[in-house]
Design a protein around this ligand. Structure first.
Ligand code: G16
Ligand code: MG
Length: 220
């Protein structure tokens, strides 16, 4: 059976997309760019600086902001986001996740985190889940973002597990593509996900028997 499960954070363990949205909306409004929820959906799983780039492009203002100005905007957004995170606790863990983590740990299956969020350690701590994870990738050390497989390969290396022995769980297309490119098998949460080995509507459907049944089916 599989030796490890590697989780994305936002959209899989918890859902802070609405907090990212509030923070980006305020920052973008400050420079005269309006973003709505539909646009925000495109930022799912995208790193902070890449998200800012997309927002500036969306507003037709990418050329007006150099690296320093962008760093200030990103810092402004993050300060707002971190303020909003203060309200986060165990209740924000998505359905089925606590039970799944516990069941995996009981079976000796390694548990990893592959989030591009630089706030991931603080979020895990707020959720009371830090000790559940055997290895968390440090997003600040990555050279390439999802859909590049680097983050998942780093997680496998950290867990000392071969990618072919691991399952990755993601809610974003870039994340599914990264898992597939790593040689792991992918589980997608949500809709509009192409190429995932298994797609579920909700984290509430996740459990060990279901993952074992998926694992026993022929890979792509
Ligand atoms: C998450 C979110 C993205 C966010 C990114 C970076 O990714 O889905 O919207 O832009 O983290 O977050 P931060 O600004 O905190 O570094 P993931 O990989 O956990 O789904
Ligand atoms: Mg995500």
């Amino acid at each position: 059976t599989f030796a490890a499960v590697i989780f994305d954070l936002d959209g899989v363990i918890t859902d802070t997309a609405h907090l990212h949205f509030q923070a980006w909306q305020a920052t973008a409004a400050g420079i005269g760019i309006a973003i709505d929820a539909a646009f925000n959906a495109q930022l799912k799983g995208i790193s902070r600086m890449d998200s800012l780039e997309r927002i500036l492009q969306h507003g037709g203002k990418a050329a007006r902001y150099d690296a320093d100005a962008r760093a200030r905007l990103a810092a402004q957004k993050n300060a707002r986001y971190v303020e909003l995170l203060a309200g986060l606790d165990r209740r924000a863990i998505l359905p089925g996740i606590s039970e799944l983590l516990e069941a995996l740990a009981q079976r000796g299956i390694a548990i990893g985190l592959a989030s591009v969020s630089l706030n991931a350690p603080a979020i895990l701590a707020a959720l009371g889940l830090t000790s559940r994870f055997n290895y968390c990738v440090d997003a600040s050390r990555l050279r390439r973002t999802k859909p590049d497989p680097e983050i998942f390969l780093t997680a496998c290396a950290g867990l000392q597990v071969a990618p072919a022995q691991a399952i990755g769980i993601e809610d974003a297309q870039a994340g599914i593509d990264a898992i597939n490119a790593s040689g792991m098998r992918s589980v997608g949460i949500g809709s509009d996900l192409q190429g995932a080995g298994l797609v579920l509507d909700s984290t509430a459907q996740l459990n060990v028997p279901l993952l074992q049944a998926f694992w026993s089916t022929q890979p792509r």
